[in-house]
Design a protein around this ligand. Structure first.
Ligand code: HEM
Length: 229
Protein backbone atom coordinates (compact mmCIF):
# COMPACT_ATOMS: atom_id res chain seq x y z
CA UNK A 1 0.00 0.00 0.00
CA UNK A 2 1.54 3.35 -0.94
CA UNK A 3 0.74 6.64 0.78
CA UNK A 4 1.51 10.14 -0.41
CA UNK A 5 4.36 11.66 1.56
CA UNK A 6 2.61 15.04 1.29
CA UNK A 7 -0.07 13.80 3.70
CA UNK A 8 0.14 14.68 7.38
CA UNK A 9 0.01 11.75 9.90
CA UNK A 10 -3.53 12.81 10.84
CA UNK A 11 -4.66 12.85 7.21
CA UNK A 12 -3.01 9.48 6.63
CA UNK A 13 -4.99 8.07 9.55
CA UNK A 14 -8.18 9.57 8.15
CA UNK A 15 -7.75 8.27 4.63
CA UNK A 16 -6.60 4.87 5.93
CA UNK A 17 -9.65 4.79 8.19
CA UNK A 18 -11.84 5.56 5.19
CA UNK A 19 -10.23 2.79 3.14
CA UNK A 20 -10.70 0.31 6.00
CA UNK A 21 -14.35 1.29 6.42
CA UNK A 22 -14.94 0.98 2.67
CA UNK A 23 -13.24 -2.44 2.61
CA UNK A 24 -14.92 -3.82 5.75
CA UNK A 25 -18.40 -2.60 4.78
CA UNK A 26 -17.85 -4.03 1.27
CA UNK A 27 -16.81 -7.44 2.66
CA UNK A 28 -19.81 -7.36 5.01
CA UNK A 29 -22.11 -6.80 1.99
CA UNK A 30 -20.26 -9.59 0.17
CA UNK A 31 -21.33 -11.93 3.00
CA UNK A 32 -24.99 -10.86 2.65
CA UNK A 33 -25.34 -11.69 -1.07
CA UNK A 34 -24.90 -15.52 -0.91
CA UNK A 35 -27.39 -15.70 2.00
CA UNK A 36 -29.92 -13.61 0.04
CA UNK A 37 -29.34 -15.68 -3.09
CA UNK A 38 -29.81 -19.04 -1.30
CA UNK A 39 -33.18 -17.85 0.08
CA UNK A 40 -34.22 -16.63 -3.37
CA UNK A 41 -33.37 -19.98 -4.96
CA UNK A 42 -36.60 -21.23 -3.33
CA UNK A 43 -38.32 -19.42 -6.20
CA UNK A 44 -37.20 -22.31 -8.43
CA UNK A 45 -39.03 -24.87 -6.24
CA UNK A 46 -41.97 -26.27 -8.14
CA UNK A 47 -44.51 -25.78 -5.32
CA UNK A 48 -46.46 -22.73 -6.50
CA UNK A 49 -44.34 -20.48 -4.29
CA UNK A 50 -45.28 -22.06 -0.91
CA UNK A 51 -41.68 -22.44 0.35
CA UNK A 52 -40.64 -18.97 -0.86
CA UNK A 53 -43.72 -17.35 0.76
CA UNK A 54 -43.05 -19.11 4.09
CA UNK A 55 -39.39 -18.04 3.95
CA UNK A 56 -40.29 -14.42 3.06
CA UNK A 57 -42.89 -14.17 5.82
CA UNK A 58 -40.27 -15.40 8.31
CA UNK A 59 -37.72 -12.89 6.93
CA UNK A 60 -40.12 -9.97 7.18
CA UNK A 61 -41.45 -10.76 10.69
CA UNK A 62 -38.53 -12.26 12.64
CA UNK A 63 -37.00 -9.97 15.27
CA UNK A 64 -33.51 -11.44 14.76
CA UNK A 65 -33.74 -10.75 11.02
CA UNK A 66 -34.95 -7.20 11.78
CA UNK A 67 -31.84 -6.58 13.90
CA UNK A 68 -29.62 -8.03 11.15
CA UNK A 69 -31.39 -5.78 8.63
CA UNK A 70 -30.52 -2.67 10.63
CA UNK A 71 -26.85 -3.79 10.50
CA UNK A 72 -27.23 -4.41 6.76
CA UNK A 73 -28.68 -0.94 6.13
CA UNK A 74 -25.84 0.56 8.21
CA UNK A 75 -23.35 -1.44 6.11
CA UNK A 76 -24.86 -0.10 2.88
CA UNK A 77 -24.92 3.49 4.19
CA UNK A 78 -21.27 3.37 5.32
CA UNK A 79 -20.20 1.81 2.00
CA UNK A 80 -22.13 4.37 -0.08
CA UNK A 81 -20.96 7.36 2.00
CA UNK A 82 -17.31 6.23 1.95
CA UNK A 83 -17.58 5.51 -1.79
CA UNK A 84 -18.80 9.04 -2.49
CA UNK A 85 -16.09 10.58 -0.26
CA UNK A 86 -13.35 8.46 -1.86
CA UNK A 87 -14.50 9.36 -5.40
CA UNK A 88 -14.54 13.07 -4.55
CA UNK A 89 -11.10 12.82 -2.94
CA UNK A 90 -9.65 11.00 -5.95
CA UNK A 91 -11.17 13.57 -8.30
CA UNK A 92 -9.69 16.44 -6.31
CA UNK A 93 -6.25 14.74 -6.26
CA UNK A 94 -6.23 14.09 -10.02
CA UNK A 95 -4.11 16.53 -12.05
CA UNK A 96 -6.13 18.69 -14.49
CA UNK A 97 -6.47 16.95 -17.87
CA UNK A 98 -5.24 13.63 -16.46
CA UNK A 99 -7.59 10.91 -17.66
CA UNK A 100 -5.92 7.65 -16.74
CA UNK A 101 -6.09 7.29 -13.00
CA UNK A 102 -7.06 8.19 -9.49
CA UNK A 103 -4.77 10.32 -7.42
CA UNK A 104 -1.92 9.69 -9.83
CA UNK A 105 -2.24 5.87 -9.69
CA UNK A 106 -2.80 3.88 -12.85
CA UNK A 107 -6.27 2.39 -12.77
CA UNK A 108 -7.54 -0.89 -14.20
CA UNK A 109 -10.67 -0.94 -16.38
CA UNK A 110 -12.72 -2.22 -13.43
CA UNK A 111 -11.43 0.18 -10.77
CA UNK A 112 -12.01 3.13 -13.11
CA UNK A 113 -15.71 2.36 -13.23
CA UNK A 114 -16.32 1.54 -9.52
CA UNK A 115 -18.15 4.83 -8.86
CA UNK A 116 -20.28 4.48 -11.99
CA UNK A 117 -21.19 0.80 -11.43
CA UNK A 118 -21.75 1.52 -7.71
CA UNK A 119 -24.15 4.38 -8.53
CA UNK A 120 -26.17 2.26 -10.97
CA UNK A 121 -26.32 -0.58 -8.41
CA UNK A 122 -27.64 1.96 -5.87
CA UNK A 123 -30.43 2.98 -8.31
CA UNK A 124 -31.13 -0.75 -8.84
CA UNK A 125 -31.33 -1.28 -5.05
CA UNK A 126 -33.79 1.60 -4.56
CA UNK A 127 -36.04 0.15 -7.31
CA UNK A 128 -35.60 -3.38 -5.90
CA UNK A 129 -36.48 -2.48 -2.31
CA UNK A 130 -39.41 -0.38 -3.48
CA UNK A 131 -40.84 -3.28 -5.55
CA UNK A 132 -40.43 -6.00 -2.93
CA UNK A 133 -39.64 -4.90 0.64
CA UNK A 134 -41.68 -1.69 0.73
CA UNK A 135 -44.55 -3.25 -1.23
CA UNK A 136 -45.03 -5.95 1.41
CA UNK A 137 -44.14 -3.99 4.51
CA UNK A 138 -45.57 -0.53 3.79
CA UNK A 139 -47.87 -0.39 0.76
CA UNK A 140 -49.68 -3.75 1.27
CA UNK A 141 -48.75 -5.01 4.78
CA UNK A 142 -51.41 -7.76 4.79
CA UNK A 143 -50.22 -9.17 1.44
CA UNK A 144 -48.00 -12.23 2.10
CA UNK A 145 -47.97 -13.51 -1.51
CA UNK A 146 -44.25 -12.73 -2.06
CA UNK A 147 -43.85 -15.36 -4.79
CA UNK A 148 -46.68 -13.79 -6.77
CA UNK A 149 -45.09 -10.32 -6.42
CA UNK A 150 -41.69 -11.55 -7.66
CA UNK A 151 -43.19 -13.63 -10.45
CA UNK A 152 -45.45 -10.89 -11.82
CA UNK A 153 -42.65 -8.30 -11.54
CA UNK A 154 -40.38 -10.49 -13.70
CA UNK A 155 -43.13 -11.52 -16.10
CA UNK A 156 -44.84 -8.25 -16.90
CA UNK A 157 -43.11 -5.49 -14.87
CA UNK A 158 -42.45 -2.39 -17.06
CA UNK A 159 -43.90 -4.34 -19.99
CA UNK A 160 -41.30 -7.12 -19.59
CA UNK A 161 -38.31 -4.79 -19.27
CA UNK A 162 -38.06 -5.07 -15.48
CA UNK A 163 -36.55 -8.58 -15.77
CA UNK A 164 -33.92 -7.45 -18.31
CA UNK A 165 -33.10 -4.40 -16.20
CA UNK A 166 -32.22 -6.87 -13.41
CA UNK A 167 -29.99 -8.87 -15.75
CA UNK A 168 -28.15 -5.67 -16.79
CA UNK A 169 -27.78 -4.61 -13.14
CA UNK A 170 -26.33 -8.05 -12.26
CA UNK A 171 -23.75 -7.66 -15.04
CA UNK A 172 -22.65 -4.36 -13.49
CA UNK A 173 -22.72 -5.96 -10.03
CA UNK A 174 -20.32 -8.61 -11.37
CA UNK A 175 -17.88 -5.90 -12.55
CA UNK A 176 -18.22 -4.05 -9.24
CA UNK A 177 -17.63 -7.20 -7.15
CA UNK A 178 -14.73 -8.41 -9.28
CA UNK A 179 -12.69 -5.32 -8.55
CA UNK A 180 -14.15 -4.66 -5.08
CA UNK A 181 -13.40 -8.12 -3.67
CA UNK A 182 -9.65 -8.10 -4.24
CA UNK A 183 -9.39 -4.35 -3.64
CA UNK A 184 -10.89 -4.78 -0.16
CA UNK A 185 -8.07 -7.15 0.83
CA UNK A 186 -5.47 -4.73 -0.59
CA UNK A 187 -7.00 -1.84 1.38
CA UNK A 188 -6.76 -3.90 4.56
CA UNK A 189 -3.06 -4.33 3.82
CA UNK A 190 -3.42 -8.06 3.14
CA UNK A 191 -0.89 -8.23 0.35
CA UNK A 192 0.90 -11.53 -0.04
CA UNK A 193 2.87 -13.05 -2.92
CA UNK A 194 1.18 -16.41 -2.42
CA UNK A 195 -2.31 -15.45 -1.23
CA UNK A 196 -3.11 -12.35 -3.37
CA UNK A 197 -3.41 -14.38 -6.63
CA UNK A 198 -5.69 -16.83 -4.76
CA UNK A 199 -7.84 -13.96 -3.40
CA UNK A 200 -8.14 -12.63 -6.98
CA UNK A 201 -9.27 -16.05 -8.23
CA UNK A 202 -11.83 -16.46 -5.42
CA UNK A 203 -13.05 -12.91 -6.13
CA UNK A 204 -13.46 -13.69 -9.81
CA UNK A 205 -15.38 -16.90 -9.05
CA UNK A 206 -17.59 -15.10 -6.51
CA UNK A 207 -18.29 -12.18 -8.87
CA UNK A 208 -19.39 -14.55 -11.64
CA UNK A 209 -21.38 -17.13 -9.64
CA UNK A 210 -23.37 -14.80 -7.34
CA UNK A 211 -24.61 -12.27 -9.96
CA UNK A 212 -25.28 -15.15 -12.41
CA UNK A 213 -27.40 -16.88 -9.72
CA UNK A 214 -29.43 -13.68 -9.18
CA UNK A 215 -29.75 -13.03 -12.94
CA UNK A 216 -31.04 -16.59 -13.49
CA UNK A 217 -34.22 -15.71 -11.53
CA UNK A 218 -35.64 -12.98 -13.83
CA UNK A 219 -34.46 -14.93 -16.89
CA UNK A 220 -36.28 -18.04 -15.60
CA UNK A 221 -39.58 -16.17 -15.09
CA UNK A 222 -39.32 -14.34 -18.44
CA UNK A 223 -38.61 -17.56 -20.35
CA UNK A 224 -41.46 -19.32 -18.55
CA UNK A 225 -43.76 -16.39 -19.36
CA UNK A 226 -42.69 -16.44 -23.03
CA UNK A 227 -43.39 -20.21 -22.95
CA UNK A 228 -39.83 -21.05 -24.02
CA UNK A 229 -40.07 -24.07 -21.67
C1 HEM B 1 -33.43 -11.75 -8.85
C2 HEM B 1 -32.77 -11.40 -7.81
C3 HEM B 1 -33.40 -11.01 -6.48
C4 HEM B 1 -34.63 -11.35 -5.94
C5 HEM B 1 -35.71 -12.25 -6.52
C6 HEM B 1 -34.72 -10.68 -4.65
C7 HEM B 1 -35.81 -10.73 -3.80
C8 HEM B 1 -35.98 -9.95 -2.69
C9 HEM B 1 -37.18 -9.91 -1.89
C10 HEM B 1 -38.45 -10.73 -2.14
C11 HEM B 1 -36.97 -9.02 -0.89
C12 HEM B 1 -37.95 -8.62 0.23
C13 HEM B 1 -37.74 -9.44 1.46
C14 HEM B 1 -38.58 -8.95 2.60
O1 HEM B 1 -39.30 -7.97 2.50
O2 HEM B 1 -38.51 -9.59 3.63
C15 HEM B 1 -35.64 -8.47 -1.06
C16 HEM B 1 -35.04 -7.54 -0.23
C17 HEM B 1 -33.76 -7.04 -0.39
N1 HEM B 1 -32.88 -7.35 -1.39
FE1 HEM B 1 -33.21 -8.65 -2.89
N2 HEM B 1 -33.55 -9.96 -4.44
C18 HEM B 1 -32.72 -10.13 -5.54
C19 HEM B 1 -31.47 -9.58 -5.73
C20 HEM B 1 -30.84 -8.71 -4.86
C21 HEM B 1 -29.50 -8.16 -5.04
C22 HEM B 1 -28.58 -8.48 -6.21
C23 HEM B 1 -29.26 -7.35 -3.97
C24 HEM B 1 -28.03 -6.53 -3.65
C25 HEM B 1 -27.24 -6.01 -4.58
C26 HEM B 1 -30.42 -7.38 -3.12
C27 HEM B 1 -30.56 -6.68 -1.96
C28 HEM B 1 -31.71 -6.65 -1.18
C29 HEM B 1 -31.84 -5.85 0.02
C30 HEM B 1 -30.77 -4.95 0.63
C31 HEM B 1 -33.13 -6.09 0.51
C32 HEM B 1 -33.76 -5.45 1.76
C33 HEM B 1 -33.34 -6.15 2.98
C34 HEM B 1 -34.22 -7.32 3.25
O3 HEM B 1 -35.45 -7.17 3.14
O4 HEM B 1 -33.68 -8.38 3.63
N3 HEM B 1 -31.36 -8.21 -3.69
N4 HEM B 1 -35.05 -9.06 -2.16
Amino acid sequence: MSLSTAQSPLLIATSLGKKYLMALSGLFLVSFLPVHLIGNLLLFKNDGGAAFDAYSVFMSTSTIIRVLEVTLVAGFLVHIAEGILLTLKNKAARPVGYKGGSGGRVQSFFSKYMALTGSIILIYLIIHINSFTLKHRIYEPSNTAFYHTVRSAFETGWGGLYAWFYVGAMLLLAFHLNHGFQSAFQSLGLNHKKYTPLIKKVGLLYSVVIPAGFAAIPVYFQLKFLRVF
